[in-house]
Ligand binder design. Sequence first.
Ligand code: SAH
Length: 213
Amino acid sequence: MEIKFKGLCSKLIIELKSKGIKDQKVLDAISVTPRHLLFDPVFRDKFAYQDIAFPIGENQTISQPYTVAFQTELLAVSRGSKVLEIGTGSGYQTAVLCQLGAKVFSIERHKSLFKNAKLFLNQNNYRAQLFFGDGFIGKKVFAPYDRIIVTCGAPFVPNDLKSQLKVGGRMVIPVGEGEVQQMKLIQRLNEDDFKETNFGDFRFVPMLKNINN
Ligand code: SAH
């Protein structure tokens, strides 16, 4: 990473720590993921490493770094974990997961965002499998997953996603119909039982049905 952005990024890391992010592996992954490449050059210096969400077109946003860090910490991935992500968006969260050594499958419902994310990830050697489609139904052909992360506000926990989670697996999903969602950790205890834990309020763009060409 260019020295200028390295400096800005290390300030961001200090901020994330002060907000309660503890997992050093997550912080290390964020510290080497080039978030500035997802910004128009005009906005790069000023906004790329601020702890805020930012527009990426199609009325969508790149998630706030704190939110990415929080969800990634809660997801607890290891090297080789098979992860399904719903809402590729910019591809930033995808890149952070790849950086942690996860095998990522990610779905996006906006064609243009899907294309841009693919370009960003390819150009930076992040090897995720990206799909254009509807995240409500997950990706059954590659199931089951060790981890599932949803990065848009879901009106409910989709049954298809629950059924594609491995026994012993973890799903991190913001759930709520309005502007504010509850961050939930869902652990699959066995074939039939799931344990749900709440982690407070977050704000995401909504998870929507149907694809958008
Ligand atoms: N992880 C992204 C967050 C982007 S915002 C990042 O780091 O940039 C959430 C994304 O979820 C948006 O791009 C939106 O288009 C997408 N989305 C919303 N509903 C979806 C659905 N049903 N299936 C797949 N993607 C969806």
